[in-house]
Design a protein around this ligand. Structure first.
Ligand code: HMG
Ligand code: MG
Length: 286
């Protein structure tokens, strides 16, 4: 029963709900996080401290952070694109922050309104502040294999940005197939390049499931030594600046997939099913 550990980072409250057309009630968001906390996660990404003009769905970030019940042993994180976001996340009691860059110049412009190089400079003081406050800092690289605006992205582009985030001090870099169009072959080539720059123990896989190949991409990543994967209860998700992006790979499916392969995740499948059903009900109500 006690197989090798694989960590699932739950992202439904953030990556899932950021994309809902209808504004989801703050109370429902809190309830979702609480249901997820009950499943036994080490890490839950709760919300984003971003511009409410850019992502109106995350405008209630402080209220969500204030409302959740904190389970011992779970780290509650938030996206922080700049110092303003980081300071707000800190004030709200976030245990962890995440900065987010892109392997694609066009996506960087559309998503955070600056070039890749400018984003790294913008993240530098955030990294400095996270060290000062002893807040673990995670980094995302979006569009590691495919970009909605540029098409295929070369493996070295993803590897280069992963290295930049690692050099900034991110303890882990999550590699995002933002629009879920990556094939296992492309993901494998991207990982080979990324592993030339950053150790497998510092990399995570973040797969959207638009083409239904996310589990295959996780399998390829496991072969390459990755042991952390982002997933979303109920398969909620997308990105408002990535047209065509479907939801993140469903946590229930990832958990079952990993357990079948002999890995342990520490998650309670029944409670997870309950949280996923509630997550889906939020989408249905949209
Ligand atoms: P900007 O317009 O270049 O920045 O946006 P600005 O500094 O000029 O500020 C613009 C406005 O936003 C101002 O307000 C600021 O006060 C405000 P206004 O004067 O217009 O009323 N502002 C803020 N408000 C709250 N919190 C803040 C903040 N910063 C500025 N932290 C900015 C730059 C980064 C702010 C903007 O582009 C933005 O918020 N982008 C967020 C986009 C986003 O959240 N995308 C989704 C998450 S990424 C993702 O989903 C991918 C991922 O899942 C991995 C994957 O799948 O690949 C992570
Ligand atoms: Mg995503």
């Amino acid at each position: 029963q006690q197989g090798e550990r694989v960590t699932i980072v739950e992202v439904a409250p953030r990556d899932g709900l950021q994309n809902e057309a209808r504004l989801v009630d703050t109370g429902d968001k809190i309830r979702l996080v609480d249901l997820l906390s009950d499943c036994g996660y080490e890490r839950i990404e709760v919300t984003s401290f971003v511009s409410p003009r850019w992502v109106p769905q995350m405008a209630d970030a402080p209220a969500v952070m204030a409302g959740i019940a904190r389970r011992q042993g779970t780290r509650y994180s938030a996206l922080t694109p700049n110092m303003r976001g980081f300071e707000a996340a800190l004030a709200s009691g976030a245990d962890e922050a995440a900065i987010f860059a892109s392997a694609s110049e066009s996506f960087s412009q559309k998503n955070i309104n600056c070039s890749i190089a400018e984003s790294i400079e913008r993240f530098r003081p955030v990294a400095e502040a996270s060290r000062h406050h002893r807040i673990p800092l995670r980094g995302y690289v979006s569009c590691v294999v495919e970009c909605p605006y540029e098409g295929a992205i070369g493996p070295e582009a993803a590897a280069r940005v992963a290295r930049l985030l690692s050099d900034l001090g991110c303890y882990e870099i999550s590699l995002g197939d933002t629009i879920g169009r990556g094939t296992p072959e492309a993901v494998d080539a991207m990982l080979e390049a990324a592993l030339g720059e950053v150790a497998a123990t510092k990399l995570a896989g973040h797969f959207h499931d638009t083409s239904g190949r996310a589990l295959e991409n996780i399998a390829v990543s496991l072969e390459r030594g990755l042991r952390v994967f982002d997933a979303s209860a109920g398969g909620l998700g997308g990105c408002p600046y990535a047209p065509g992006a479907a939801g993140n790979v469903d946590t229930v499916a990832v958990n079952a997939f990993l357990q079948k392969r002999g890995f342990s995740t520490g998650l309670d499948p029944e409670k997870l099913e309950r949280a996923a059903a509630f997550a889906r009900s939020l989408r249905r109500a949209a």
